[in-house]
Design a protein around this ligand. Structure first.
Ligand SMILES: *Cc1c(COP(=O)(O)O)cnc(C)c1O
Length: 469
């Protein structure tokens, strides 16, 4: 250590730093104890840099103090940004798992705000007596899927665990080898079944399973046949799986339950948007599935939830299991779910529910929005030599483990700069407040407006301009 470094004596004291306006502002937001620690860290950092730093430039007392303030400020900002922040999704991934999956409809957001205070979550307004949580959401789910009853839990993984545990613990479930999949990194069908206490009887092969494979595997301990939608995974080519109707007929002729984990859960047929592989819940129910589980925040476009629909006597057993009490969601989830399901009942889901609106947006519509943004950006960035902004052909992504082979035709804003790498541009956009998340394609940053709301367009333009200032 060089004990004669003149910079050290000019270092601000922690006390001096804490008296600055910057520190007081941070203290008002994050508390004084936190700010005192942060000030100590800032001074420590400065001391280390002054001792070890290169260049040899001697900083004045004032310069060192403002350097300490800047470092405190940056650290506070970094910490706040690890908490929940609104972001603009310009990645073109509709159900973006890392960005909160489905963005809610306006009605669902309003419903959450109303439910945030006191609300009648378990209170019957007619009688003044205790009511059943989720009764309205359950009734709407039943109506929309043609099922006798419905039940809501925290997510689809919980729904599968609950169904398997309450209906198959200690017994055996027959499942095709082609459906022993891993979904989203940490949901593995074989592990979930083991955890649920259901014995796993694998039948068929990865690419082909016949109805006779299932019937040959049914024994005295068999309680159910399980069908899992492979979601983020496709087997193509020489493949075969029995239909839900065939499996239901077999299950019922042997006194078994047919359980389908449908994953994304299309409440309506989305095949005209290229999603012909996604099971439509009402079709599964009509084909004889006794219980079907699906996610509330994938293609249904609502809050994170696991939805369970099926026959009354089967759901009664699921509802009675103690795990249901552990897995049921809070009031805000029901609020969002009710408001979203109401749009489906009204038949206005393509206007109201963002996931469906984005999925159904045509290329021409996105191109028109994109061109007008590109035009303005070119004007505003005109003075920056080397910056190129243009409209390019692109594809969006459904995301959320849905429809891996489906890429809605789209266009994107392509941004390049001879003076920066795409990574640098992407990072500057990410550091904007609110952050704008795009994607990198070779030498350009792409912004796909399919997933950007109209009210975010102005902010997005400002973020792009700020990236070159
Ligand atoms: C996504 C998915 C799940 C898990 O759903 P979460 O809501 O994320 O818990 C389970 N099963 C299938 C088939 C899925 O696609």
């Amino acid at each position: 250590m060089k004990d004669t470094n003149p910079d050290l004596s000019a270092l601000p004291s922690v006390d001096l730093l804490l008296r600055t306006e910057t520190a007081q502002r941070i203290a008002a937001a994050m508390g004084s104890r936190h700010t005192a620690d942060a000030a100590r860290r800032a001074v420590d950092l400065l001391r280390r840099e002054a001792v070890e730093g290169e260049g040899g430039a001697v900083l004045s007392r004032e310069e060192l103090l403002s350097a300490a303030e800047r470092s405190m400020e940056a650290e506070a900002k970094r910490q706040i940004r690890t908490g929940m922040q609104r972001v603009i999704n310009a990645a073109g991934v509709i159900v973006h798992t890392n960005l909160g999956r489905a963005p809610l409809s306006e009605a669902a957001m309003e419903a959450i705000q109303k439910a945030a205070g006191y609300c009648n979550v378990e209170y019957e307004l007619d009688t003044g007596k205790r009511g059943r949580r989720g009764a309205r959401a359950e009734a709407m789910l039943a109506e929309l899927t043609g099922a006798e009853e419905a039940l809501v839990v925290n997510n689809c993984a919980a729904a599968a665990v609950l169904v398997l545990t309450s209906l198959c613990e200690g017994g055996e479930a027959v499942i095709s080898r082609g459906e022993l999949v891993e979904i989203g990194g940490d949901f593995r069908v074989p592990d979930v079944m083991k955890r649920s206490g259901a014995g796993l009887v694998e039948v068929g092969t990865t690419n082909r399973t016949k109805i006779s494979d299932y019937s040959g595997a049914i024994g005295e301990h068999t309680r159910m046949i399980v069908k899992v939608h492979p979601s983020n995974y496709r087997i193509v080519g020489f493949t075969a799986v029995p239909s839900v109707a065939d499996l239901a007929e077999l299950a019922h002729s042997r006194g078994l339950i047919l359980f389908e984990d449908a994953g994304s859960g299309a409440l309506i047929d989305l095949s005209r948007f290229g999603l012909s592989d996604e099971p439509v819940i009402s079709e599964s129910i009509a084909s004889g599935a006794d219980v079907v589980t699906f996610s509330g925040d994938k293609l249904l476009g609502s809050a994170q939830a696991g939805l369970i629909v099926g026959r009354s006597e089967v759901l009664a057993r699921v509802r009675k299991h103690p795990l249901y009490r552990a897995f049921r969601p809070g009031k805000m989830v029901y609020a969002a779910l009710e408001a979203t399901l109401e749009a489906f009942l009204r038949g206005t889901e393509f206007e109201e529910v963002p996931v469906l609106k984005m999925l159904s947006a045509g290329r021409a519509e996105i191109e028109a929005r994109t061109n007008s943004v590109v035009e303005e950006l070119r004007e505003r960035l005109g003075g920056f030599e080397g910056v190129t902004v243009e409209t390019v052909s692109s594809v969006s992504v459904v995301g959320g483990g849905s429809a891996p082979g489906t890429h809605p035709d789209s266009v994107a804003i392509s941004i390049r700069d001879s003076g920066s790498t795409p990574n640098e541009i992407e990072q500057r956009l990410r550091n904007y407040d609110p952050p704008v998340v795009g994607r990198i394609d070779e030498d350009a940053v792409l912004l796909d407006l399919r997933t950007v709301f109209e009210h975010e367009i102005e902010t997005l333009k400002n973020a792009v301009c700020a990236a070159f200032r």
